[in-house]
Design a protein around this ligand. Structure first.
Ligand SMILES: C[S@@+](CC[C@H](N)C(=O)[O-])C[C@H]1O[C@@H](n2cnc3c(N)ncnc32)[C@H](O)[C@@H]1O
Length: 213
């Protein structure tokens, strides 16, 4: 999704950090072997995630929706030396693919994979987090927020992806479209919850930053 005219968009990308070689390889293999490669965060959003993580310098990160590990590796770039990143995905077929790339990176030992529904796994994680990235199934975004908020440290950050949902958030709502309804409800929840402050950034498909007060 392009918010800027294409030439400006290209200019923005050309004047931002380049994607590391390992992530280029991961992207190529995802396109060759995995369904719906469009789900990858991609080079520009990936550099944004990396930059935010480097600014936060988290000791603990939680990611919901690993897919092939692209955003995991971007977020791991900001981890403190003794930090850990927990990433959850329901698709067990992707575990070996993810691990292959995690182990080629310098963060392999810091990344802990969890396989199953995030709704089941989050309550079992007896941990608190400095940075959370929500990028799993949209209908559960609000449920994820409620499960995470008490595990988020003061000053901690939640990043939520796809909050503009291909622009559907400003189109007339089809009541049968559960994902759009869920994203609309989620955006309202973030805006109104007094425990956090929130800014929605028009990056790619929309990326919201929420900071716990
Ligand atoms: C958009 S993709 C994630 C993309 C990845 N974060 C990236 O940027 O490369 C969404 C992922 O969420 C996973 N997912 C869907 N429902 C889930 C659930 N209930 N619990 C955990 N993961 C889920 C899917 O299997 C899929 O891999």
């Amino acid at each position: 999704m392009h918010f800027l005219p294409e030439d400006l968009d290209n200019y923005v990308i050309a004047h931002s950090e380049q994607e590391p070689e390992l992530l280029q390889q991961l992207t190529r293999e995802t396109y060759q072997k995995v369904l719906q490669p469009i789900m990858l965060s991609g080079p520009y959003q990936g550099r944004v995630l990396s930059m935010i993580s480097k600014l936060v310098r988290p000791k603990s990160i939680l990611e919901l929706g690993t897919f092939t590990g692209y955003s995991t590796l971007c977020l791991a770039e900001g981890l403190k030396k003794n930090g850990a990143l927990h990433t959850i995905d329901i698709n067990e077929e992707l575990v070996d693919f993810q691990r292959k790339y995690f182990d080629q990176s310098e963060f392999g030992k810091q990344i802990i994979q969890h396989t199953g529904s995030a709704l089941d796994i989050i309550p079992k994680l007896n941990l608190t987090f400095d940075l959370v990235f929500i990028d799993a199934d949209k209908p559960n975004y609000s449920n994820y927020f409620h499960l995470i908020i008490d595990k988020l440290n003061e000053g901690g950050i939640i990043l939520s992806d796809n909050v503009l949902w291909h622009g559907k958030v400003v189109e007339p709502l089809d009541e049968k479209d559960k994902s759009t309804k869920a994203v609309l409800d989620y955006n309202t929840l973030l805006k109104n919850d007094e425990r956090i402050e929130t800014v929605l950034l028009p990056i790619r498909d929309g990326l919201t930053i929420s900071r716990k007060k």
